[in-house]
Structures are given as structure tokens and as C-alpha cells.
Design a protein around this ligand. Structure first.
Ligand code: 28F
Length: 641
């Protein structure tokens, strides 16, 4: 940890006014969408957590209030209530004067620990109103603000409390003029708070939704070990051994790591620096990866488990089925973050330090636990064999062999587009042969290709890599797109600029969508990242006016039409795409001039990762929730009809 600087009440530097925050909120909280909105909570909670890390208070409560405001409460010492040299009370200074170090400002970073109150004024600036209640020295004091941080009522005592009751309680209402939406998500809050509870053992965090009564409490005694156990349980794959936990400190950098292999094939590495998630990884993750690769290769060589100069494991071999949490404490002076959202650790020392600590501890662990070591090495060896076989198959395919087989695979299924400009071309993945037939007839042949899908797509989350590589449907799809798969996937080689999933607007359709999304997420993720994956939005109803027809996509829209349209009309409900004739299907769902598409994007890769692992199980409800809450379906354009 950085040396604890003493911030006395007079040492706060006045740097900028709150107006600057309201003018350019993105500079301070990243964005004004849902993410930015929730950032307000993180800013306040961070201060409460800092107080706890410093050793004061072990309980934090977050409430989503009935009026939509948020309350955060801690049992720390309470913000100082004395006067500041400026003649204002300390709380007024803390909540109205902007401090340096906006997280999203170039070249400056906020570090947890020791810098209390930073960010609170930003939240105040972006709030319709804010109230702070401080329990300290047997007194209850409050101060309130309105309209972006203007003082409403200065600090005043409103009552007394036992000397032993101390803490800070902040309630704020986000300003609807700043934020696109002011609806907080209980799920988003609990997920983040659970992470904090894992990282800070002994801290209890409670989240309450006053609107619907949901109430969740997190408290973990064994930190990262509990974290890894939890993640692996969620994934649902059998664990190969007990969680391995080690830590060390070098060059002032503290490294704490927990890891556990499961029988699955995915790697799941989460990393944190000073209790903040580094969602884009960085030098510590790089160091960790080289550390485990080296440890397994050395162990396998020393014990005669692999021989010859070509016999080394690749990093990917030793990460199959690995779940790991990496948590670093980096002194402020060494901290460097990179990338747009500052979610990537740059600090070069973190790489070597993490690599060494990982290597030394893991090597020792393997030497001491032969049975576990053999199980993991065996798994890595199988990965290596599969990887090499796949490479041979690819080489063969590139050299022409196997090409006939692939052509045969798509012939009779794929209706290709005639146009040669692949980026202008679109591939429709259509549920069922009958809708596929209509789509083939109705499409624009120059730019639109059709691939009908028969029945349910394989659930890639449950299938073995063998089953996946032998699956005819997925092979057809892969070959039709023509850009490789897995590590070899390159969206620039795609035969299509848009891949559009077109299913019925029912539960089965939703299921097929999610199965396809899982496949794309696991094996063609760059396609999603490049914004090339879409979901078609077929209408639910046709309104038949006799001479003309109109289409509506939702029940709400239908009700709206029933109220507003004076003419008589018959309502036809489409049970599936197959009920539309070719022309109707083209006009409503495929015609670029009139259709509306949903672009698939990944808001938070780590969260999506967890969701894909967790929710591709047997339950339907959470799956639906997943679609709604965690894949950010951004409407490309509104209904033009
Ligand atoms: C609900 C959000 O913000 N908790 C906080 C403290 C405690 C101190 C403090 C905060 C003093 C001069 C900056 C108390 N006693 N929860 C919170 N708890 N800030 S914010 O001090 C702020 C500094 O400038 C605190 C002694 N030292 C510090």
C-alpha cells in the first residue's frame, strides 16, 4: 500500500468547480449511460470501502430507495465535522470542491486507500439532490445539496446518538438531465459488491431494493479462496483439486493469487489492482500466464513427463479449465493504467513480480502434490494433442485437401449471395427449413445469403471440444462464414459484413439465439467485437386493413394501434417466421430499408463470460434474464414502419 499520507482538514486543494463536471461528465465517470450511472454508486462506495480498509467499520449497506435515489452507509469514523480553513465546514468542502484525479482524466489515477472523499463531489455535481448524515462524537449532523451540488442547507446538528455509533450515510438522486436512464440495477450492484466482499475479507456488504424487498448480504472469511470456489461452482464443472492459494511481496508490490482447475475447457482469469477490477488485464495477467506456463513446463520436464525439444506446453494448454483470481496491491507511485476505461494495468514491474511469485509458488506446489500435478499435466497434454491435430487439419484444408468435403457440407444448404463485395453481403441464419425456403425466395440475391438451421444448435458450453469440432451444423456455419474458428478466427476473412440470426419470436427462437450467441461468444468473439453479429427482429402481428397491411413487433405496440387507429382491421398473430410468405418475410424482417436489427455487443466481457458459463445450463428463466440484462442489445435503428 502507498504510504498513508495524512490529509488534515486544511490540506484539501481547491482545484475546479462542479460546473466542469456537469459540462463534461464523461471525463469523470466515463459515460452517461447505465454504466456511468452506476459509477456514481462506485464512487461513494469506494470511500466507504477505503474507510473499512483503513480499519474503521466492517459493514456497508447500499439501498435502492423507492424514489429511485441511492443510500450508501458505512460504520467508519464519520467524515470530520470541524471547520475548514476556508471558513466552510469540512463536509461542505469534501462534497463541493472537486479534487484532482478524475479516474478518466488523462494521466491521473485514483487509488483506493488514503484519499478519502475523492469522487464524492463528482457524484454531488451530477445529482438532483444529495444529503449526507454523519454520526460522530455522539452527534448526528446533516448537510444537503441540490441541483448539481449547490448547498441547500449547511452542516447542522439534528440530534444525538451514543458515542459508539459512528459512520457516514450518503443519499443521492442522479440528475435525469445528465443521465440517459436513472434506473439502477440490483443485479449490477450486487455483482460488483460481491466482488468487493471477496477481495476484502471480513467486510459485510448488504444491498437492499426498497421497491421490491430484495435483500442480499455478502461476507467472506477466506477471500480469494472463497472467490475461486464460488466461480468454479457457478461454472458447474467438476473441480480437479482444492483451491491453491499463494502470495508474496516484491519491489513493494503485493501479489495474492488463488487458482483451481476444473474439468472444463475454458480459462477464467479475473484480476484486480488495489481492489479495482482490471477488466482488460495487463502486465500482472501477462506475468501470471508466463509464470504458470513456465512452472508446468519445468515440472513436466524435471519429472520426465514430456520429452524432446518440441514437447513444450503452450500457454493455452496449461490454461484449459483454469479459474484464477489475481489481486495486486501496487503503490501509487508505480501505478499505471492504460486503455480508454483505464481497465488495463501498465506497470511493467507488475509483470516480473507476478511471474516470479507465480512460478516459485506453483512449482513448489506441484512438487509437493504429485497427484494433482499429474492430473493437470495430463489435461494440458490432451490439449496439446488436440491443438496439434487441429493445426494439421487446418494446414490440410489450406492446401486444398478437405476443401471438397467442406463444399459438400454447405451445398444444398447455403444459398450464397452473388455479389462479390463481402463486406456488403449478409448471412441470415434462419430457424427451420420452411422459413429458410421463404427467405431464399424473398431475399435480395445479390447481397443476402441464407443458411437454414435444422433443429436445436449444439450447446457449446456443455459439449466437449470433440463434439463441437464434429458437429455438422456448426461446421457448416463456420465454413459458410469462412473466417476460421477459435484462435484462428479473423473477422477480416469473413465472407459477410453482417451475420444475422433470424428466429421465431418465441421461446424456442430465443433458445436458438442464445445457443448461437454462445457459439459465437466462445469461438468467434472478434466477430461480436467488430459489431458484425445481429439479431433479426420479426414482427409479432400483422394488421390487415383489407387493401394494406401493417406490422407491429410487440404486444404494447399492438395495444397502442388498437387505441389510435380508427379504421377496422384484422389482427394476425405470427406463430413463426414460416407463417409469412416470402414477400412478407423480406418486407418485414430482411429488407435493409425497412427492417430493424439488434446489434449484439458485449458490455462487460468478464460478466458475459460468467453468464455464458453459468446460464447455459438447464434453466430457462435465468437465461432469459441473461439476454435482457447482460448482453447489451443496442437497437441499430428504430422501427421505420
Ligand atoms: C457512504 C460513504 O464516504 N465514508 C467516509 C470517512 C472518514 C474520514 C474522512 C471519510 C479529512 C480531511 C479528507 C474520519 N476521521 N462513506 C464515506 N468516511 N473521510 S469518507 O476523512 C476525509 C478527510 O480531508 C475520516 C479521521 N480521518 C478521516
Amino acid at each position: 500500500m502507498a504510504t498513508q499520507q495524512k490529509y488534515d482538514e486544511n490540506s484539501i486543494k481547491i482545484l475546479e468547480g462542479l460546473d466542469a463536471v456537469r459540462k463534461r461528465p464523461g471525463m469523470y465517470i466515463g459515460s452517461t449511460d447505465k454504466r456511468g450511472l452506476h459509477h456514481l454508486i462506485w464512487e461513494i462506495v469506494d470511500n466507504a470501502i477505503d474507510e473499512c480498509i483503513n480499519g474503521y467499520g466492517d459493514y456497508i449497506k447500499i439501498s435502492i430507495n423507492k424514489d429511485g435515489s441511492i443510500t450508501v452507509e458505512d460504520h467508519g469514523r464519520g467524515v470530520p465535522i470541524g471547520m475548514h480553513e476556508s471558513g466552510k465546514s469540512t463536509p461542505e468542502v469534501i462534497y463541493t470542491i472537486l479534487h484532482a484525479g478524475g479516474k478518466f482524466e488523462e494521466g491521473s489515477y485514483k487509488v483506493s486507500g488514503g484519499l478519502h472523499g475523492v469522487g464524492a463531489s463528482v457524484v454531488n455535481a451530477l445529482s438532483k439532490w444529495m444529503t449526507v448524515t454523519i454520526y460522530k462524537e455522539g452527534q448526528i449532523n446533516t448537510i444537503s445539496f441540490e441541483n448539481g451540488g449547490h448547498l441547500k442547507e449547511g452542516l447542522k446538528q439534528i440530534g444525538t446518538c451514543p458515542q459508539s455509533k459512528t459512520g457516514t450515510c450518503v443519499t443521492f438522486m442522479p440528475d435525469p438531465e445528465i443521465f440517459k436512464s436513472t434506473n439502477f440495477s440490483f443485479t449490477t450492484i450486487t455483482e460488483r459488491m460481491q466482488e468487493s466482499a471477496f477481495l476484502i475479507s471480513n467486510l459485510t456488504i448488504e444491498i437492499v431494493d426498497e421497491e421490491d424487498g430484495r435483500d442480499t448480504k455478502f461476507h467472506y472469511e477466506n477471500g480469494l479462496v472463497d472467490f475461486v470456489e464460488y466461480v468454479n461452482k457457478e461454472i458447474g464443472k467438476q473441480e480437479l483439486h482444492k483451491v491453491v492459494n499463494f502470495n508474496g511481496i516484491k519491489q513493494g508490490i503485493e501479489v495474492d493469487i488463488a487458482l483451481q482447475y476444473n474439468e472444463g475447457y475454458n480459462e477464467n482469469i479475473l484480476s484486480f489492482v488495489n481492489n479495482v477490477k482490471t477488466g482488460d488485464g495487463g502486465s500482472h495477467e501477462t506475468g501470471f500466464k508466463s509464470g504458470i506456463t513456465k512452472a508446468f513446463n519445468d515440472y513436466a520436464k524435471d519429472n520426465g513427463l514430456i520429452k524432446g525439444k518440441d514437447s513444450t506446453f503452450d500457454g493455452s494448454d496449461v490454461r484449459e479449465g483454469l479459474t484464477a483470481i489475481i489481486s495486486l496491491k501496487v503503490p501509487e507511485a508505480l501505478l499505471q493504467f492504460e486503455g480508454q476505461t483505464k481497465g488495463k494495468l501498465g506497470t511493467p514491474e507488475a509483470r516480473t513480480v507476478t511471474e516470479q511469485i507465480t512460478y516459485e509458488n506453483l512449482k513448489f506446489f506441484l512438487e509437493e502434490n504429485r497427484e494433482i500435478a499429474l492430473a493437470i499435466v495430463d489435461k494440458a497434454a490432451r490439449s496439446k494433442v488436440a491443438r496439434e491435430a487441429a493445426r494439421k487439419a487446418r494446414d490440410a484444408a489450406r492446401n486444398g485437401k478437405g476443401k471438397d468435403k467442406k463444399e459438400k457440407l454447405i451445398s444444398g444448404k447455403l444459398a450464397k449471395a452473388t455479389g462479390k463485395d463481402s463486406m456488403k453481403n449478409e448471412l441470415f441464419l434462419v430457424e427451420g427449413d420452411s422459413a429458410g425456403g421463404s427467405a431464399k425466395t424473398g431475399r435480395n440475391r445479390e447481397t443476402q445469403a441464407i443458411l437454414p438451421l435444422r433443429g436445436k444448435v449444439l450447446n457449446c458450453e456443455k459439449a466437449s471440444s470433440n463434439d463441437i469440432s464434429n458437429n455438422e451444423e456448426l461446421n457448416t456455419l463456420t465454413y459458410a462464414i469462412g473466417a476460421g474458428i477459435g484462435n484462428d478466427f479473423n473477422p477480416e476473412d469473413s465472407n459477410y459484413g453482417k451475420i444475422i440470426i433470424m428466429t421465431d419470436a418465441d421461446d424456442d427462437g430465443a433458445h436458438i439465439q442464445i445457443l448461437l450467441l454462445t457459439f459465437f461468444y466462445r469461438f468467434m468473439r472478434p466477430l461480436i467485437e467488430a459489431g458484425m453479429l445481429y439479431i433479426a427482429n420479426p414482427p409479432l402481428y400483422a394488421l390487415d386493413f383489407g387493401k394494406t397491411k401493417e406490422y407491429v413487433a410487440t404486444d404494447e405496440e399492438l395495444e397502442e394501434k388498437k387505441k389510435t387507429v380508427k379504421q377496422q382491421f384484422k389482427v394476425q398473430r405470427f406463430k413463426g417466421l414460416g407463417e409469412m410468405d416470402a414477400e412478407e418475410l423480406y418486407d418485414t424482417t430482411m429488407n435493409p430499408e425497412t427492417r430493424s436489427l439488434i446489434k449484439v455487443s458485449i458490455t462487460d466481457a468478464a460478466l458475459a463470460e460468467k453468464r455464458v458459463s453459468v446460464l447455459m445450463g438447464d434453466k430457462v428463466e435465468p437465461r432469459k434474464e441473461w439476454i435482457e440484462e447482460n448482453v447489451d442489445f443496442t437497437l441499430e435503428d428504430n422501427f421505420k414502419r
